[in-house]
Design a binder for this molecule. Sequence first.
Ligand SMILES: Cc1ncc(COP(=O)(O)O)c(C=O)c1O
Length: 383
Amino acid sequence: MSDKLKEQEDRYQLNTYAKFPFFIDRGEGCYVFDEKGTRYLDLYGAHAVASTGHCHPHVVEAIQKQAAQLIFYSNVSYNSARARAVAKLIKLAGPPYYQVFLVNSGGEANENVLKLARVATGRGEVISLEGSFHGRSYGALSATGISRYREYLNTPVPMHRVVSQEEVVQNISEDTAAVLIEPIQSMGGVQEIGSDRLKEIQAACQAHGALLIFDEIQTGVARTGSFLYSGHDGIYPDLVSLAKGIASGFPAGAVLVTEQLAAGVQKGDLGSTFGGGPLSCAAMEATLEVIESENLIENAARMGRYFREKLMEIPIVQEVLGRGLLVGVRLAEGMTAKELQGVLLKQHILAGSSLDPQVLRMMPPLTITTREVDLLVEAVKAA
Ligand SMILES: Cc1ncc(COP(=O)(O)O)c(C=O)c1O
């Protein structure tokens, strides 16, 4: 049966994804199960999405309850789930973030931060960094600084400039609407930009009236040991894009806006049919409740430290990159991340690679415990 279904998926789904060679049809906490019932430890976190783990009972219950009550109505009406979700999100994000625009994905969140910045400044130019990933929609892809993805851009959206970290400040001018930054370039090899550089960029933005935007689609929602990376070392960007784990896997994204920018937004400036739908808001509210009630921000910080401490004991590990539960493991020459990923897969552990062939990437559920980290460490030692 599963062979037939596999053939069916290959036959009818556009051939654009490299896939694990098995089905994942069930998940629970930090684990997923294939068609034979074999259990895999999911340190890839379903692409950094399974923030509260797979099928957290509180999230499942909220989705089920909401589905039975109202699956969808758009933003032309008020909705209780939406009212609760946006209030909770702004409470957790904290000042200076004042209002939120809800969308369905990371790419859509980035399209909207760029639009907001262009409308607010009346300028067109967007500067982004080499090594960054911002999504596959045209504006987000035009801002993406990884050549492998840019190859698909026949004609980038005009006035997007991708520059090296060192060149950002000198390129900001009176034409610049915004600088878009992924504060830890995850796909780019778990490379943290660092506070000194971010402060310099922020000062240059302020001097020229440009906006600073953080793409926190991977670093946000508690992943790095604080609810947002924004605010780290006192650096608050003007706009923040969120998605991935914000609703534990129900498609959702959000744009966080400061009070000053929110004041300039007019009715009709932005819109999205499905953004802020009741089901995604119920999933988002429940996710945020679990993050609070299970102290997942603290857990991400604590487990992040444990990951680093344990991994650094292994001779093949040269360096552990990232923050909290955005973990990059730089391997010494002799074994590539892809090779280690393959060895781990045989031991039923899912991990990711990155643009850097030596960096293995992990974004596990924020609920992870020392038991799962120990399983990984044993497996890497054996490899
Ligand atoms: C940092 C970052 N920005 C944007 C995106 C795009 O998000 P989505 O695939 O939900 O459109 C991703 C997805 O991997 C991402 O990691």
